[in-house]
Design a protein around this ligand. Structure first.
Ligand code: GTP
Ligand code: MG
Length: 213
């Protein structure tokens, strides 16, 4: 996919900071350190999002406006980098604060739909990508998050990150175990490091964002 422009919109700390314009929004959710920010950078081929070997790097909801080259099925939308779950930054109270922000975001009506934000209210995710680490199939936190996402009534899909860390044989075993632990949900392997799966992931993003509600 040819990306024409990546514009950082802002870091959202509260619902009032979420977009109110009609662009669709694709949210990247997953455990802290799973590779959400790295995957965003690999997709847009720019160091747009901050990454780190220390978990808990992304503390706010970071919004990037993406413009695709002419001819794509969707011209402009937001890539949304959420704080990771499963890492208590500075104790339980602060962990809750991140969950509160994520819940507030999902409580907003989806952006990108016809008539979205007629009343100028903040808008939430149109579609969701859940990222899981290919090396740790069936982690209870991920399975629980998947169950919660299924109740959110927005198109969503599962991506297995860091595929470069496994051999070919280990990879297909891990993908099968992931699929089994998520009620047979297909899981797309990607690697921000090697670039594996980037075109398939773009195709998936465009499909999720243009899916009929
Ligand atoms: P939080 O912001 O803490 O929630 O983390 P995150 O999910 O945004 O993870 P981030 O992209 O910061 O990556 C975490 C670590 O994993 C970094 O050290 C990355 O270099 C590494 N990493 C991310 N993607 C890949 C990948 O595809 N392959 C390999 N080998 N390492 C990766
Ligand atoms: Mg991050």
């Amino acid at each position: 996919m040819k990306v024409a422009a990546v514009d950082f919109l802002r870091s959202a700390a509260r619902a009032a900071d979420f977009p109110r314009d009609p662009l669709a929004q694709i949210a990247f959710v997953g455990r802290s350190n799973v590779g959400k920010s790295s995957l965003i950078n690999a997709l847009v081929k720019k160091p747009a999002a901050r990454t780190s070997a220390a978990p808990g790097k992304t503390r706010l909801i970071n919004l990037y406006a993406i413009t695709l080259a002419p001819g794509a099925a969707i011209e402009r939308f937001y890539l949304v980098d959420l704080p990771g779950y499963g890492y208590a930054r500075g104790g339980e109270a602060s962990q809750d604060a991140f969950e509160v922000l994520t819940r507030e975001y999902f409580a907003c009506p989806p952006g990108g739909r016809h008539g979205a934000s007629r009343h100028g209210e903040p808008l939430g995710p149109t579609a969701v990508l859940q990222l899981v680490d290919i090396r740790h199939p069936g982690l209870p936190q991920d399975v629980a998050a998947h169950g919660w996402l299924a109740t959110q009534d927005r198109p969503h899909a599962v991506i297995a990150t860091k595929s470069d860390k496994l051999s070919r044989a280990e990879r297909s075993r891990a993908l099968q175990t992931w699929k089994n632990s998520l009620n047979n949900t297909p899981v797309l392997p990607v690697s921000a490091a090697s670039g594996e799966g980037m075109e398939d992931l773009w195709t998936l993003i465009v499909r999720l964002l243009t899916a009929r509600p």
